[in-house]
Design a protein around this ligand. Structure first.
Ligand code: 13P
Length: 337
């Protein structure tokens, strides 16, 4: 298969009108942070057991079309010995991999961050593809203050995302482009809207310069929300602000927008997605999920590292996946909880 057809096939396998993506690509420090509250030590084996539980959830493929894995997981197996990427695809869930190497301060732009990992990226991707990865993910992070992100921060982060995405497409792997405007802070929703619009504008400008084909990428943005230390906004307000920014900045050629949950509660993230789809009007893209915490948290608390809780945890995951699938059609109601 030529590279264009390969990319298109992956998009076709991942994008439809009812499913979304499960982000299970937490780095080692993040996994420790997730396991600590449930009293589980993060070891290679506990991480394997957790991700095996996720990927073997019966029926998950009805609601989930892609799973983002951490590099380590590509080489691990399920409880019954199937390689995890293969177990995902058995359920028609496309396996992908996080390829960025985490963030550090951006010199010259106090308060802004930049993500590492462009060196030897092509070699790593080629290796991951041998393990079954068909798409990749790269996250740039934008803290919001009165001064951040700066113009330099926005330009440099956009450039890195574009170089990553171009590298992916050249090798035949679909890039998920993730510019995350953080929820931390006490800013109002209008400030988040302003920053998200500037960020996305810069990102698509850079993607265009680097000749990234919009048809063969996915966008993973934040929803437009007030800062965590500000008030909560109701779903209609979030939906209106989010759609306005996306319509101003995201080309119609992008097949799907898959939101991150970013610290929203599980039910909040579903209600917001539901409102977005109810108010979508003539929006040209699929509006779906690529949630980490909002899909995994209830399941993680049901599991607590115990084999006898596996089924209960899988039911909790399936419930969130199913309700988010309904939210994709605007058919979710909180009474279903
Ligand atoms: P959250 O949905 O927990 O924000 O995670 C999504 C993700 O992959 C962040 O990079």
């Amino acid at each position: 298969m030529d590279i264009e057809s390969q990319l298109q096939q992956t998009i076709d396998d991942m994008v439809d009108a009812h499913r979304g993506i499960l982000a299970a690509d937490e780095s080692l420090p993040t996994m420790e942070k997730r396991f600590r509250p449930i009293g589980v030590e993060s070891t290679e084996e506990t991480r394997r057991a957790w991700r095996s539980l996720l990927v073997t959830t019966p029926g998950l493929g009805d609601y989930i079309s892609g799973i983002i894995l951490f590099e380590e997981t590509l080489y691990q197996t399920t409880d019954n010995g199937t390689p995890i990427p293969e177990a995902a695809w058995k359920q028609k869930i496309v396996p992908g991999v996080k390829v960025d190497k985490g963030k550090e301060p951006l010199p010259g732009a106090p308060g802004d961050l930049i993500t590492r990992g462009l060196d030897c990226l092509g070699e790593r991707i080629t290796e991951y593809m041998k393990q079954g990865a068909r798409f990749a993910k790269w996250r740039e992070v934008y803290p919001v203050t009165r001064h951040n992100p700066t113009l330099l921060g926005r330009r440099t982060n956009a450039e890195v995302l574009a170089r990553y995405a171009a590298n992916c497409q050249e090798l035949g792997i679909v890039p998920i482009v993730e510019p995350e405007v953080l929820m931390d802070g006490d800013h109002e929703i209008d400030r988040c809207a302003e920053v998200t619009e500037q960020v996305l504008h810069e990102v698509f400008h850079a993607l265009h310069l680097h000749k990234v084909r919009f048809e063969h990428m996915l966008l993973k943005p934040n929803m437009v929300l007030p800062g965590k230390e500000c008030r909560r906004a109701d779903p209609e307000e979030v939906a209106e602000a989010t759609l306005k920014v996306l319509k101003r900045t995201v080309p119609a050629a992008v097949p799907s927008i898959n939101f991150l949950s970013g610290g929203q509660g599980a039910e909040e993230a579903t209600a917001n997605l539901n409102a977005i789809n109810q108010m979508r009007g003539n929006a040209p893209w699929q509006l779906s999920i690529s949630y980490g915490r909002a899909l995994q948290q209830p399941a993680l608390h049901a599991w607590r590292g115990k084999a006898e809780n596996v089924e209960k945890a899988q039911q909790a995951l399936l419930k969130r996946a199913r309700l988010n699938s309904l939210a994709r059609k605007g058919e979710y109601d909180p009474s279903m909880e």
